[in-house]
Design a protein around this ligand. Structure first.
Ligand code: SIN
Length: 574
């Protein structure tokens, strides 16, 4: 009897332990799993019935907005396969791997053995030769803009994207879009002109820019803001980035990141107007007869190859900032540098145009962005400096006008001890720019109640940092920086809490690329137009010269995207 009672007690304890372990991860037939994504924990609830995954619900997620389609895609394929052994999503490898790992964690906790369903092995329905008016390669900001414009101008458009998600590098653009003479500037009493924008851009690019392209960019910039606004964008906040003489960087209300917002608006609009978007479709060859391009050969995710014949082709494949080998082949001193670029920025167009004798310009001009978190490749937007932050070295001292152009600030940082610096700002700056909230959420910021406490936390000389902030505040009051001649000092740094983040340079923009004319037509080495071939955005060279100004990339992709789309549609109609 005593013996039986003992067994009963053991059984009860066993059941309690099992219950306790399971209760954190199981609700009925729903099991919780988690894994670390790009920006933090991804937690999912997986409902399993009769050994089959019926539902996957994401209950915690800190990934960027543009990965929404990635979640859907991975979850759909897991449910379809009844297995978490599915492929990751190109262009969002870290996020998709984490979703897969979280589901695997839940399935493991369930103790249930799933029976994977066999794929029906059918080739993609679209993997056959087709034809259209305009085919656009690359669905980043330039490609999406060009596609909408071409479609609105009456062309039949296919937009292909090698990644599973659209947006490309535009997904990461934060600071804004430069434009001169907009209604938003006028409302705020900002005096700007096309000529001043032109001069700032030429000066920033060390006059290496193609003046005709810069002139067009400046002239069309306000119209581009109108065009985007009419299609649903909010660009009403106006701030400043390095190298600009006045506030002309347009971004969403409250200073939110511009890129993710624009991608969402443009993607929606492209679908609304009927652009056919084919993701996971990589261009492998431009089809041409002599000097006339008439389509593209592509490969889909299953490896099927087919041709899209077209009256016009637009290259919008972006730069090569994520292609270390290519970067180093032009600039060996950048070996080992991090990059702010998404994985798709691999310079694919250079290979695609090889046989067409296309002229490449300024390929050695590769920009490093000075405020990237070392080891994490997280870009801290230049708008943080534009809205008032300063840079200090390990001695707690400023060393540069923080709103100098990126090449100058990056070089100055590399001359400091440790080759990095600290971006310092206060609550005033944080409240002025909602993009900062993301950095806070990601745990990138060191926060303190006083400047002294902040200095102690980041281990810089506290007396010096206090002196630096005090004298900077004096410059703001006097509206004159006698130390580094910074002309734009938006606010005193005097509202607690105070924030710091360590930053250094990383590869950001490749100014070089395919030569184009003002019609966005691609030009050969002997000065001829390649018939039927247009290009827009970072794939091209000439707009930014030796150094791009912050806010000019988004201006470039949208303005030249519109020009390329319009001219390609015009050609298709002939
Ligand atoms: C930034 O916000 O600093 C990057 C945006 C740009 O390069 O224009």
């Amino acid at each position: 009897m005593k013996y039986l009672r003992k067994i009963g007690v053991f059984l009860l304890i066993g059941l309690m332990i099992f219950g306790m372990t399971a209760c954190g991860s199981k609700k009925g037939n729903t099991f919780t799993g988690e894994a670390k994504g790009k920006n933090g924990t991804i937690k999912v609830e997986v409902t399993i019935d009769n050994k089959e995954i019926k539902k996957i619900k994401v209950v915690e997620n800190h990934e960027s907005e543009f990965t929404k389609d990635t979640f859907k895609k991975v979850i759909d394929s897991i449910i379809e396969a009844n297995s978490a052994d599915v492929d990751t999503v190109s262009g969002a490898t870290l996020t998709s791997s984490a979703i897969i790992a979280a589901v695997k964690d839940a399935v493991k906790k369930s103790g249930i053995e799933l029976t994977p369903k066999k794929s029906n092995g059918q080739a993609s329905a679209k993997a056959e030769n087709t034809s259209t008016d305009v085919v656009i390669i690359g669905a980043g900001g330039a490609g999406l803009t060009a596609a909408i414009q071409a479609k609105e101008d009456g062309a039949k458009v296919i937009l292909i994207e090698k990644n599973a998600v659209v947006g490309g590098n535009t997904n990461f653009a934060t600071g804004g879009l430069n434009a001169a003479g907009t209604k938003y500037q006028k409302e705020k009493g900002i005096k700007d002109s096309v000529d001043l924008f032109y001069k700032d851009t030429m000066k920033g690019g060390k006059n290496k820019n193609n003046p005709d392209l810069v002139k067009l960019l400046a002239e069309k910039s306000a119209e581009t803001v109108e065009w985007l606004t009419e299609r649903g964008a909010d660009l009403s906040d106006v701030g400043r980035m390095g190298g600009a003489s006045v506030n002309r960087t347009h971004r969403p209300t409250g200073g939110a990141a511009v890129g993710a917002h624009l991608v969402k608006v443009l993607d929606k609009k492209a679908k609304e107007v009927g652009v056919e978007i084919r993701t996971e479709t990589k261009a492998i060859e431009l089809l041409a007869e002599g000097n006339k391009v008439n389509g593209v050969k592509v490969q889909d995710a299953k490896g099927n190859k087919y041709e899209i014949n077209a009256k016009a082709v637009i290259l919008a494949t972006g730069g090569f900032g994520a292609n270390q080998d290519m970067v180093v082949s032009y600039r060996s001193e950048l070996k080992g540098f991090g990059t702010t670029n998404g994985p798709g920025a691999t310079g694919d167009a250079v290979k695609l145009v090889e046989k067409l004798n296309v002229e490449l310009v300024d390929m050695k001009e590769i920009q490093s962005h000075p405020t990237v978190v070392p080891g994490k490749s997280k870009l801290i937007t230049e708008a943080v400096r534009g809205n008032g932050a300063i840079l200090v070295n390990r001695d707690g001292k400023r060393f540069i006008d923080e709103l100098q152009t990126r090449d100058v600030v990056s070089k100055a940082e590399l001359e400091q001890k440790g080759k990095t610096a600290y971006l310092i700002f206060d609550q005033n700056v944080r409240e002025s720019l909602s993009a900062i909230e993301k950095y806070h959420k990601l745990g990138l910021l060191t926060e303190a109640k006083t400047v002294k406490e902040l200095a102690d936390k980041i281990k810089v000389n506290a007396d010096e940092l206090e002196k630096t902030v005090k004298s900077y505040n004096g410059f703001v009051q006097a509206k004159k920086d006698t130390e580094f001649q910074r002309s734009n000092m938006k606010t005193e740094l005097n509202k607690a809490p105070y924030y710091a983040v360590e930053v250094g340079p990383a590869v950001h923009h490749t100014m070089g690329g395919l030569k184009i004319n003002t019609d966005a037509k691609v030009i050969t080495k002997d000065g001829k137009v390649v018939e039927g071939l247009f290009a827009a955005g970072e794939v091209t060279g000439g707009v930014h010269g030796a150094n791009r100004l912050g806010g000019n990339a988004v201006a470039d992709i949208t303005t030249f995207g519109r020009i390329a789309g319009k001219n390609a549609a015009g050609l298709a109609k002939k």
